[in-house]
Design a protein around this ligand. Structure first.
Ligand code: MN
Length: 388
């Protein structure tokens, strides 16, 4: 038997306990929980964790999420079978859940305003619908990949405003979007709506998302139906799903919403999360986006996603859209950070605008936990490979 050393300042202490899927040589992928610098094999808690995905456990619903979390806290606080404990450096992490459907929102007023100015200069930055509903689109679930997956530079049609005709080729304006993703554990049948007050019954946890975006492909293709091939080539997520149950202390009020939303989007106290993100470009922190600035709340996003009676399923992932704050160094996309490539930033001494082959981007986040603890989200990383 062994006892896991948990330093008081660990972002993976007992207040966090995020779930992931891991393997070691000789051990098939299964669900584990991150505790300090270790991963505990949860098959010693319940057979549901022998699956290479969190989906079977998430489908069991909120009461089980609460009960099992209590059991895990008891387990890892005491003496534990050493064979079930692995140093985090010795495991390989995988996709933590099977993505059912994937939706991406656009919930930051700062980001939407900046993109409006860049994509539609001379017009109102926000479209007339923006403050009435959380704008979003359906993305491609099959290309959501785990952190560490290389990203091949996409090719496609691009046409700058000054070009006479479109051309085919590798994207020259490859970008990132630092986002926060919400994982649906317990879905809802077709024809039903999830009300803003029922969020906790349905959403299991939270991951970090990098919504890789080819701005040149996007700018030419997006009118009138929205993002398509400029984003569907890859979306990366972090390996550890932080349970919503670990984020009680991280809840904060959203910024004031004016005009008041329609009744189905009206929460008594709309809440967001006090997450501090960092974006590193080749090892240098270039941005610190604050999630607390997001205009639309996660519960409003889920209520809107199902208000038409669309079903939701275990494993649905909905992302917040780029997290950007009011300051330049709080912008979560390089198109904003470099103002469309016109204002390069210095990365390791060189002026940079969009991603070059070989570049690596790492997004991290932490949130306040109870009694001064920090809740870590780990990281989502990816490196750009040349176009094929
Ligand atoms: Mn996005």
């Amino acid at each position: 038997m062994t006892r896991i050393a948990i330093p008081d300042d660990s972002p993976f202490g007992l207040a966090n306990l995020p779930y992931g899927v891991f393997s070691t040589p000789g051990l098939t992928p299964r669900v584990g929980v991150r505790v300090a610098d270790h991963v505990v094999d949860l098959t010693i808690v319940d057979d549901v964790f022998a699956a290479p995905s969190l989906n079977p456990f998430m489908a069991q619903g909120h009461a089980r999420w609460v009960e099992v979390r209590e059991r895990i806290i008891d387990l890892v606080s005491g003496d534990i079978d050493g064979a079930a404990v692995h140093p985090v450096g010795a495991v390989t992490t995988h996709m933590p859940f099977e993505v059912a459907d994937y939706v991406d929102f656009y919930a930051s007023e700062h980001h939407a305003s900046n993109l409006g100015r860049l994509f539609r200069p001379g017009s109102e930055p926000l479209m007339p619908n923006w403050k009435h509903l959380p704008v979003g689109y359906h993305g491609r679930a099959g290309t959501v990949v785990p952190s560490g997956t290389d990203i091949v530079r996409p090719s496609g049609q691009r046409k700058a405003p000054a070009d006479a005709a479109p051309a085919y080729g590798a994207s020259r304006r490859l970008d990132i979007e630092a986002e926060v993703g919400f994982v649906v554990g317990a879905g809802s049948p077709i024809g039903a709506q999830i009300g803003v007050d029922d969020f906790d019954q349905h959403v299991f946890g939270v991951v970090l998302v990098n919504d890789w975006s080819a701005r040149d492909i996007q700018a030419w293709e997006y009118v009138p139906l929205g993002p398509f091939l400029g984003k569907s080539f890859a979306t990366s997520i972090s390996p550890w799903v932080v349970p919503l149950l670990a984020l009680e202390s991280a809840r904060v009020a959203t910024p004031p919403q004016d005009p008041e939303p329609l009744p189905y989007l009206r929460e008594k106290n709309p809440w967001g999360l006090d997450l501090d993100l960092t974006v590193s470009w080749n090892g240098q922190v270039v941005s610190r986006p604050p999630y607390r600035e997001m205009y639309w709340s996660p519960a409003q996003m889920l209520a809107h996603m199902t208000v038409n009676g669309a079903s939701s399923r275990t494993g649905d992932l909905f992302a917040s859209g780029t997290v950007s704050g009011p300051d330049r160094d709080q912008r979560g996309a390089f198109i904003e950070l470099t103002w469309g490539g016109k204002e390069p930033i210095e990365v390791n001494g060189a002026p940079r605008t969009f991603l070059e082959d070989g570049d690596e981007v790492v997004i991290t986040a932490t949130a306040p936990g109870p009694s001064g603890a920090r809740i870590g989200f780990g990281e989502v990383s990816g490196r750009v490979l040349p176009a094929r």
